[in-house]
Design a protein around this ligand. Structure first.
Ligand SMILES: Nc1ncnc2c1ncn2[C@@H]1O[C@H](COP(=O)(O)OP(=O)(O)OP(=O)(O)O)[C@@H](O)[C@H]1O
Length: 336
């Protein structure tokens, strides 16, 4: 028997459309887990509206995103979809018009200047597209990595502490495959080497998350693959959560989770994992998902709706393990 039939009422409205008073009371008092309770990054209905020449631009339109500790996530999307706006908010450089954003327990909306400074110095690390924004040109690679540790201050002083910091800088440069470049200045390094040193700088103070905004935008594809490999190594070896923003869809093959942003909202998500077959051979399985926002809204991709001429409304049927979505049946007037 169809669940659609079960859910129908005499007034033609379904139980979901017209819940009973008891159901409304139950929903109001239900205390499920808080949204994003186990996530490191929580974006809850983020809205960012810009005013440009009297025109309102809705860069983020209620964006929901959860990133769990230890994930390596790519955010992809067309130009203008809202990626940089989101990253600027998560970086603490901009504030949303509405909604909530939390990173490693820090509420980004209510932070005063001092908390914001601490957040940017200790909790998060950044790698930007332009290498000149990442590295100081008059310092060597090693000195660049040491700088955030020095600026942090507060720790032990003296020769021993200096030796510990230097050893950490070397270990990070080594992890990222640029230890032999430690004594060189940025101008003496290739673009890919500069970005790998920049990742070491971002990791210097042991942040919970590294945000990278188009870190391979100025690199050829072979060099870009090396930089992605360095980000992956940081993620795997140090457990650092990494979020990479890019318009390059090819990164999907480099990371386990790719979230697409469309019109200021998350729209689809691709997950990759490795499966070992019965013969012991490993293969990569990739699945694409459509995301459902907190209000239960689902964006149906055009390639699904067009062939079935789906418009305006659809019929939903609840099955034991899935939901069926059907085109609206032709009305009496239309049926031949
Ligand atoms: N400061 C601003 N003032 C006015 N409009 C802005 C501002 N910043 C961004 N926008 C608008 O917000 C929308 C989203 O921009 P955003 O830069 O976040 O997109 P994006 O996905 O990062 O694009 P790209 O890949 O080209 O960098 C665009 O329509 C953009 O024009």
């Amino acid at each position: 028997m169809s669940t659609e039939h079960d859910a129908s009422r005499a007034d033609g409205r379904t139980a979901a459309e017209s819940p009973s008073l008891e159901e409304l009371e139950r929903r109001a008092t239900a205390t499920g887990p808080a949204y994003g309770e186990d996530a490191l990054i929580v974006c809850d209905r983020l809205v960012r509206v810009f005013q440009a020449d009297g025109v309102e631009v809705q860069a983020l339109q209620g964006l929901d995103l959860l990133v769990r500790p230890g994930e390596l996530t790519a955010l992809v999307g067309a130009s203008g979809s809202g990626k940089s706006t989101l990253l600027n908010i998560l970086a603490g450089l901009d504030t949303p018009t509405a909604g909530r954003a939390t990173v490693a327990g820090c509420e980004l909306l209510g932070m005063d200047a001092r908390a914001r400074l601490r957040y940017r110095r200790d909790t998060v690390g950044f790698v930007w597209q332009r290498t000149s924004r990442n590295l100081l040109p008059y310092l060597t690679a090693e000195q660049n990595v040491l700088l955030p540790m020095r600026l942090r201050g507060g720790g032990p002083r003296g020769r021993r502490a200096r030796a510990t910091r230097t050893a950490r800088a070397h270990a990070l440069l080594d992890l990222l495959g640029v230890a032999d470049r430690a004594a060189l200045r940025p101008a003496q390094l290739s673009g890919g080497e500069q970005q790998r040193v920049a990742i070491a700088v971002a990791l210097a103070n042991g942040p919970s998350v590294v945000f990278a905004d188009e870190p391979t935008g100025e690199l050829d594809s072979a060099t870009a693959a090396q930089v992605f490999a360095a980000l992956r190594r940081a993620n795997e070896e140090l457990g650092t959560t990494v979020v990479v923003v890019t318009h390059d869809r090819a990164v999907s093959s480099e990371v386990n989770r790719t979230v697409s942003i469309r019109d200021g909202r998350t729209s689809t998500e691709t997950l990759r994992h490795t499966r070992t077959g019965e013969d012991g051979a490993a293969s990569t399985v990739t699945r694409e998902y459509t995301t459902i926002d907190r209000a239960g809204r689902l964006q149906l991709p055009q390639e699904f709706t067009e062939p079935l001429a789906i418009r305006d409304r659809v019929l939903l049927e609840l099955r034991p393990d899935h939901i069926e979505i059907r085109p609206d049946a032709p009305g009496p007037g239309k049926a031949g």
